[in-house]
Design a protein around this ligand. Structure first.
Ligand code: SF4
Length: 776
């Protein structure tokens, strides 16, 4: 059985030695890199071949990739690298890696074209001066072949192990039984739809109620589909930490040692008879990705060998750490969650964060935040593209993807940051910053209102930003140790801004906010409203994607804003709960902003009556902390006998746990929280731990200049400005919050929807269909 590997991966595996060195080396931007490659090619002769696709092999290994260029007239294969700054400062291990890649391509080219000798060249192109430095080595085909085979030999033991793992993994997944005695109500329907979408290579939007086991109900069928779809990886992407924890727990249950049984009759059953066999764990490598600041062992140090002991000799110790992380045999792989990876990393004295990045290449399931795949430079998407992986994607709590993606594709520059970096800026950068400040003043000086949207991005601003980027890049190249942290952060911000500016369009606004009369507190913002054009390629790159949540109504809202493929399937799984379990009562008060003072007493009265009638644990949700505080204050003044606890504006993880710990079977009281906040979703309080919720307002986002601009733009694009800006996001929050009450088929409770607009038909149709809403 053959194993296919990219030239780049092969060389990184075999030829990378020494320290991890992530000092912000002056690399060219992606655009500069592309322009540099094009410039080098344009300087060559007519016969010059760019992007030469090559493939060859050695024993069971197939090696492939694209060489940057071949000049037949000169008999020279070229590997082009763009850079900034001092070429001599490039670490030796990076230079060795470049040579290894060039020589492997050289060997493949000689074999494919029957050449007996070849000049192999590294072309270093300076994006600032546009000069080339050419390093050439005359090689015989035999020498290149020997070099190539040596790299392959170093990789073969690993690739044989990987092949064995893949065979064992796919066999285990094919035979994988459902981890529990039976599916929960609705769970099978969800699982069948996920499986069908995976087999057909489609995107699925799955709305499924809380309490049916969505995490297992999506992971299990995706895993079952992996062998048949020849998927290399499954990405489980979560919006928040609890989602990751639930996924890891579900994966533990699914892969736990079991006595295999043909328990999955129906569409999930491939029809293969599964014989009784000794219990053993499914050989699935699951890795959890966590943010650098959470994984770092030396937060005060920098990521290079002279500063951090876990970066020193990182690549020398990596092979042993990598082997330990995959285990000696397929079913003995250790758990690669945060704690497991940390233990291995520390045992082998390598950085846990960068060990995790390496292990993504060799994992089957990657559990991480949305941004690893959907962000502009999302690592999981980049790797899948570069390595040509076939990936399946699961998006947990997918109603969060629209707001999260808007954040990913927005950029902000603040005047305070610009003014903050200027005094300490090196002389070489200072002029560029001064010009940026002047351009900034011109833009702001013409603006009379505190907030304004500009139809076009001012060209002068873009030029000034590009000059700042180049000046900092050049300075950083020449003096890497002399870049103050605040300047580095400002540089990242300006790079992000200019990168997004390249694709500025109707999906975004360019707006300027002036928060003070002196025009010192000013922000320039590229504000994404419709992330569809950025996300669409991500969905197309995945073999299959399932986005799931309890609140995805209406489908067209998500399809339009996320850029889902036109053939996206939709399933709305019926609730396992009975209408008799939940009394839903509309309280027809007005909670509109102007009427809030008048609403306080009636809301307090309603809550007190309900509590007196059925003492127990309740959550009361409000659209803002201000509203929450006003109601809580009055409630405590009038009903001091009822225990009350309130959500604070900033809460640590410990404080949040304490808040939730108040909800116990047998305890009594009312927790005050905000809609859309930490306690309004992903909170599980079954049985007596929560018997009711009061939801004041429709959760509509605040009417302000930004939201009004969004409304106008979404009206122009989709003809649904109000619904897309206010109504749908608001009702999603309401349904999420109400979903805390009924968690199991034995729960019973009450939900008060406090606002007269809940009686309107267009609002009612956004509520779960199994609710029986009393409007009298
Ligand atoms: S431990 Fe921290 S400082 Fe050291 S290499 Fe890792 S992330 Fe960088």
């Amino acid at each position: 059985m053959t194993y296919t590997v990219a030239v780049r991966t092969l060389c990184e595996f075999t030829a990378k030695l020494g320290d991890l060195d992530l000092r912000f080396t002056p690399s060219a931007t992606a655009l500069e890199g592309m322009a540099g490659h094009a410039m080098v090619a344009s300087r060559r002769g007519e016969d010059y071949e760019s992007e030469v696709w090559l493939q060859g092999g050695h024993r069971d290994l197939v090696v492939r990739g694209r060489a940057d260029g071949f000049d037949p007239a000169a008999g020279r294969l070229e590997e082009v690298k763009t850079y900034r700054g001092d070429l001599q400062a490039m670490p030796q291990n990076r230079r060795s890696l470049h040579w290894a890649q060039a020589k492997c391509y050289g060997a493949l080219l000689c074999a494919e074209r029957g050449l007996d000798k070849l000049d192999v060249a590294l072309v270093y192109y300076d994006v600032a001066s546009q000069d080339e430095t050419l390093l050439v080595e005359a090689c015989t085909a035999d020498a290149l072949r020997a070099f190539f085979e040596l790299q392959c030999e170093r990789f073969l033991a690993w690739s044989a192990q990987e092949t064995a793992h893949r065979v064992a993994r796919d066999a285990a997944l094919t035979a994988l039984p459902f981890p529990y005695a039976q599916f929960r109500t609705g769970q099978r329907e969800l699982a069948e739809n996920v499986y069908k979408a995976a087999i057909l290579g489609r995107t699925l939007l799955a709305q499924a109620p809380t309490g049916i086991g969505k995490t297992v109900g999506t992971l299990f069928p995706q895993l079952k589909a992996m062998p048949r779809q020849k998927l290399d990886k499954l990405y489980f992407l979560a919006a928040k930490t609890p989602g990751r924890a639930l996924a890891l727990e579900a994966l533990r249950a699914i892969t736990a040692p079991h006595r295999a049984r043909p328990a999955t009759a129906g569409v999930l059953d491939d029809g293969d008879a599964v014989l009784e066999q000794a219990p053993r764990r499914a050989p699935l490598r699951v890795i959890e990705l966590v943010a650098r600041e959470k994984a770092c062992e030396h937060p005060a140090k920098a990521c290079h060998g002279e500063s951090c002991p876990l970066a020193k000799g990182f690549y020398d110790r990596l092979p042993a750490a990598r082997q330990a992380a995959v285990g000696a045999a397929p079913e003995s792989a250790p758990r690669l969650d945060r704690a497991g990876l940390r233990a291995i990393a520390l045992e082998h004295e390598v950085c846990p964060y960068y060990l995790a990045q390496e292990m993504v290449r060799w994992a089957d399931v990657v559990v991480g935040d949305y941004n690893y795949y959907f962000d502009l430079g999302g690592m999981l998407h980049g790797l899948a593209h570069a390595e040509e992986w076939r990936v399946g994607v699961l998006v947990d709590e997918a109603h969060n993807l629209v707001p999260r993606a808007r954040e990913m594709y927005s950029a902000t520059l603040s005047r305070a940051a610009l003014d903050g970096v200027r005094p300490r800026a090196p002389a070489a950068v200072s002029q560029a910053l001064k010009r940026l400040a002047r351009t900034w003043n011109e833009i702001v000086g013409r603006q009379l209102e505190p907030y304004a949207v500009h139809e076009e991005l001012p060209q002068g601003l873009l030029t000034a930003l590009q000059n700042v980027n180049s000046a900092i890049a050049d300075h950083s190249a020449a003096h890497p140790e002399d870049v103050p942290p605040e300047l580095l952060q400002f540089w990242f911000d300006t790079l992000h801004f200019t990168r997004l500016a390249e694709s500025f369009g109707t999906h975004s606004l360019f707006d300027v906010t002036i928060a003070d009369d002196a025009q010192r507190d000013v922000t320039l913002c590229l504000r994404n409203l419709v992330p569809a054009s950025f996300l669409k390629p991500r969905f197309l790159a995945a073999r299959t994607t399932t986005l799931f949540s309890a609140t995805l109504t209406p489908m067209h809202f998500h399809a339009d804003l996320l850029g889902l493929p036109p053939d996206t399937a939709w399933v709305d799984v019926a609730s396992p709960f009975d209408a008799a379990q939940l009394r839903v009562q509309v309280a027809p008060l007005s909670t509109r902003f102007a009427h809030r003072p008048a609403s306080l007493a009636p809301i307090v009265g309603l809550m007190a009556r309900q509590f007196a009638e059925a003492p127990g644990n309740y959550l009361a949700f409000f659209s803002s902390f201000d509203y929450l505080d006003q109601v809580a204050e009055l409630f405590q003044a009038l009903h001091a006998e009822v225990p009350v606890w309130t959500q604070a504006r900033q809460m640590t993880e410990g404080a949040r746990a304490d808040f939730l710990a108040r909800f116990q079977a047998g305890s009594r009281g009312i927790g005050f929280a905000v809609l859309g906040g930490a306690f309004a979703e992903a909170v599980d309080l079954p049985g007596e731990r929560l018997i009711g919720a009061f939801i004041a307002t429709l959760g509509l986002p605040q009417v302000n200049p930004v939201n009004e601009q969004m409304k106008a733009r979404l009206e122009a694009l989709f003809g649904a400005g109000h619904d897309y800006t206010y109504l749908f996001p608001g009702l999603q929050k309401v349904v999420q919050a109400a979903g805390r009450v009924i968690r199991t088929t034995t729960d019973a409770g009450v939900v008060y929807l406090i606002d007269d607009r809940f009686r309107r038909a267009d609002v009612r149709r956004l509520l779960p269909s199994w609710w029986h809403v009393e409007t009298a």
